[in-house]
Design a protein around this ligand. Structure first.
Ligand code: PAF
Length: 285
C-alpha cells in the first residue's frame, strides 16, 4: 500500500493503478481517520469491488467553531495498519495545504435536504462536507464511492450532489456496524466515559421502539405519543436530544404518516456530556 500526502504523488499512483488494473473499477472510501470496525466494513466492500483508494483528512470546514476539530482523534499509524490489513492500494492523507481550503471561492450549498435532521443544528457542516468530498471526487475520479449509513443525511446530500452535477460515480451506503448492545460505532465513542457510554445506547433503544411501532402500523397519534415519551425518557436519562423523528428517505422531511411501500428513516441526535452522537434505522413499511 502506498501512503501519499501530495496531489502530485497521488496522480502518479492513480496512473500506475489504472495501468495495473485497466479493467477494474476504482473504489473510494473517504474518511476522517480514527478508523473503527464501521470503516473496516466500508473498506471490505470497496476492496471486494476493485482497487481501492482510502482517504484520511480531518476536514476543518465541517466543524463548527465550538465543535471538536482540535480534539478529533488522529492516529495515522493505526489507520495505516487498518488500511493495509483490509487491502487498500492507495492511502491518501493530504497535507492540509493540498486541500486548498484557505481561500475558498465557492460554496456548495445543499438545499432542502438539510432543512431538518442535523442541518439546522450544524450550520455550515454539510457545505463543508460537500466541498471536501467534491475535491476528493475530482482528484481521485472514482467509479464507486462508499459511505456509512450512520451519517445517513450526509449520504443523501452527497448522493444528490453526484446526481445533480452528473458525476459518473456509483454511490454506496453501507449498514451501520454496532456494538453488541446496539450502540452505533463512531470515532467519537472514544470520548465517552463509562457512565456516558451506558447513556449513549439509549438513543438506539429509542430508535428501535419507534421503528417497531411504525412497522407494526400503529396509529399515527400513538406513534407520536410514543415518540414524545421517548424524548422525555432520553432527557431524563441525561441525553440532551436535538431531534428524534421519522423522516422521508428521499426528501428527509419529517413524516407523521407512513403509507405502505414507502421507505422511512427514524433518526436522532443529541449530546451525552461533551459528545455529540447520531444514529438512525431504516424502516420499510
Ligand atoms: O464521514 C466522514 O468521515 C466525513 O464526513 C467525510 C465524508 C470523509 C468528509 O470529510
Amino acid at each position: 500500500m502506498e501512503i501519499i500526502h501530495t496531489i502530485d504523488a497521488l496522480q502518479e499512483a492513480l496512473l500506475a493503478q489504472q495501468k495495473a488494473f485497466p479493467n477494474r473499477s476504482r473504489q473510494l472510501v473517504p474518511t476522517m481517520g480514527a478508523l473503527h470496525e464501521g470503516h473496516r466494513e466500508l473498506l471490505k466492500h470497496a476492496v471486494a469491488e476493485g482497487p481501492t483508494v482510502a482517504t484520511i483528512f480531518v476536514n476543518p470546514l465541517q466543524f463548527g467553531p465550538n465543535e471538536d476539530f482540535d480534539r478529533y482523534p488522529r492516529d495515522l499509524t493505526q489507520d495505516q495498519k487498518v488500511c493495509e490489513e483490509e487491502g487498500v492500494s492507495i492511502l491518501f492523507a493530504p497535507h492540509p495545504e493540498e486541500m486548498a481550503l484557505s481561500n475558498q471561492q465557492f460554496v456548495l450549498q445543499p438545499n432542502n435536504l438539510i432543512d431538518y435532521m442535523c442541518g439546522p443544528h450544524r450550520p455550515g457542516h454539510f457545505e463543508g462536507v460537500c466541498h471536501v468530498v467534491m475535491r476528493l471526487f475530482q482528484l481521485i475520479q472514482p467509479d464507486e464511492a462508499w459511505f456509512g449509513q450512520k451519517d445517513f443525511q450526509q449520504y443523501r446530500v452527497l448522493e444528490a450532489m453526484v446526481d445533480e452535477f452528473a458525476m459518473p460515480i456509483h454511490m454506496h451506503c453501507v449498514e451501520t456496524v454496532r456494538e453488541a448492545d446496539g450502540l452505533a460505532l463512531s470515532s467519537r465513542n472514544r470520548y465517552l466515559n463509562a457512565q456516558e457510554r451506558e447513556r449513549a445506547v439509549t438513543l438506539f433503544n429509542a430508535l428501535e421502539q419507534i421503528k417497531e411501532a411504525v412497522e407494526a402500523k400503529e396509529p399515527a397519534e400513538i406513534i407520536q405519543k410514543k415518540r414524545k415519551q421517548l424524548e422525555t425518557q432520553l432527557s431524563d436519562a441525561g441525553f440532551r436530544l436535538e431531534y428524534l423523528d421519522v423522516f422521508n428517505v428521499s426528501t428527509l422531511a419529517p413524516s407523521k404518516t407512513f403509507p405502505d411501500g414507502q421507505p422511512f428513516v427514524v433518526a436522532g441526535a443529541g449530546w451525552v456530556g461533551q459528545t455529540r452522537l447520531i444514529d438512525n434505522l431504516l424502516i420499510n413499511v
